[in-house]
Unconditional design. Structure first.
Lengths: 184, 238
């Protein structure tokens, strides 16, 4: 875990390579987080991986999140680990929802896009597919971007917060009266 | 008891005579008639099928762990002749759906079922394969009987192995053509079904009472047993 000044040094080092990449740093509960520009996420990851003295060579997790009422709506999280020093750093790329700005109907608007980091970390391949499957986040340059858990012909991005949860209401004796003639 | 013992002794002596070839004529015919059992071919077939069920080696989720323990010596499904779990649907008679069926797995399950040879049976083990269970969401089929026929539903989450064996026994009785009666038939309670109160004509008193209880607010100030149900009959009739 880099401490708070260490995190600022990392942010400074990243900024030297590419201006305006780090939007925000936060250090809470011993967890270092870099909020970065989604266009510069490859620069951040390769810097953290290749910079001597950093060597965050292990990508522990890639996952997406949907913070629906907030803008930007989506985020892709990268959990990096330095196995030499057993230090972790958390990179968060915030993504706008193109559907919110492009048009009224989400169907004709595009999906949020981001550069794929499969070239840097091959382990990200399945995890980016999972993020695509459940949140509809497109990873540019991914070698094989298709659904991984849901059926291939599934329509929709089921883990988004505006996706209906599905299922059927269960009938008990107490709410049976709300569904009259259910047995037909 | 004495009489039984004597008749048993007599039968033993006659069996000995038969084996020696001493029985002839009328005695022989009598003996054969006593020893024979007449039935139909269908009954014999079903008897054999019921007592030699080959289940499919097939697990879907956590219920499969309970399904494994069916074969162990503690529960011993071999007592009912169903211990030969076959690794191919072509040789299996019984498909135990042990777990939730996701919408991606449903075509696979259906295909396995289609590959089984007739006669075949399906047991939905546990809440998930019967109704979706706790997985009321976009990914799980809400009950396997939406896409394939199911003969026996075993409730539980997961069901105890004893419960599965009980379901297996019920299935065996179904196969023999003498299925167990439902509890409404056994306890002479027909007409108390959930839909009885919706049926046209005069509602039964039980149906009225149940409907009155159903429309009572759950947290009413007066408990339902104090208000009485006589003044609620008009509401439910309307």
């Amino acid at each position: 875990m880099p401490d708070a000044p260490g995190l600022e040094l990392i942010a400074q080092g990243i900024e030297e390579g590419r201006q305006d990449t780090v939007i925000e740093t936060s250090f809470e509960h011993d967890r270092a987080t870099l909020v970065v520009d989604p266009e510069g996420v490859l620069h951040v990851l390769s810097w953290l991986r290749d910079q001597p003295g950093q060597a965050y060579t292990f990508l522990a997790s890639v996952h997406a999140a949907d913070y629906l009422p907030a803008t930007p709506r989506f985020a892709v999280h990268y959990e990096l680990l330095s196995r030499e020093r057993v230090e972790r750093i958390h990179v968060k790329a915030l993504l706008e929802d193109p559907a919110a700005t492009n048009g009224d109907s989400p169907s004709d608007a595009g999906l949020p896009e981001l550069d794929s980091c499969v070239e840097l970390f091959p382990t990200a391949e399945f995890q980016e597919r999972e993020a695509y499957d459940f949140f509809g986040i497109v990873f540019r340059g991914h070698p094989d971007l298709r659904r991984i858990a849901m059926p291939e012909d599934y329509v929709g991005w089921p883990q988004r917060r505006d996706f209906p949860i599905g299922g059927e209401p269960v009938l008990y004796t107490h709410n049976e009266i709300e569904a009259p003639r259910w047995f037909e | 008891l004495e009489v039984e013992r004597e008749s048993l002794r007599a039968r033993q002596l006659r069996a000995r005579d038969l084996l020696r070839g001493d029985l002839e004529g009328k005695d022989l015919e009598e003996y054969v008639e006593e020893r024979l059992l007449t039935t139909t071919l269908e009954n014999v077939l079903n008897w054999g099928r019921a007592n030699a069920i080959f289940p499919m080696t097939f697990g879907l989720a956590c219920c499969a762990i309970e399904q494994i323990s069916l074969v162990t010596s503690r529960y011993d499904i071999a007592r009912f002749g169903a211990e030969a779990f076959r690794a191919t649907p072509r040789q299996a008679d019984l498909l135990i759906l042990s777990g939730r069926v996701s919408i991606k797995m449903a075509p696979v399950v259906r295909r396995v079922y289609d590959q089984m040879l007739e006669p075949r049976w399906v047991m939905a083990m546990g809440a998930c394969s019967s109704s979706g269970g706790m997985f009321a969401n976009y990914a799980v089929v809400q009950g396997a009987d939406k896409f394939m026929p199911v003969d026996i539903h075993v409730p539980g989450c997961p069901p105890r192995p004893e419960a599965v064996l009980h379901g297996l026994n019920k299935l065996q009785r179904m196969i023999r053509g003498r299925p167990d009666l439902g509890w409404r038939q056994r306890y002479n309670a027909e007409g108390t079904e959930e839909w009885a109160r919706f049926e046209a004509g005069e509602p039964t008193p039980e149906a009225i009472e149940r409907a009155a209880l159903a429309v009572t607010p759950k947290h009413s100030e007066t408990p339902p047993h104090l208000t009485g149900i006589t003044d609620r009959e008009e509401e439910t009739d309307a």
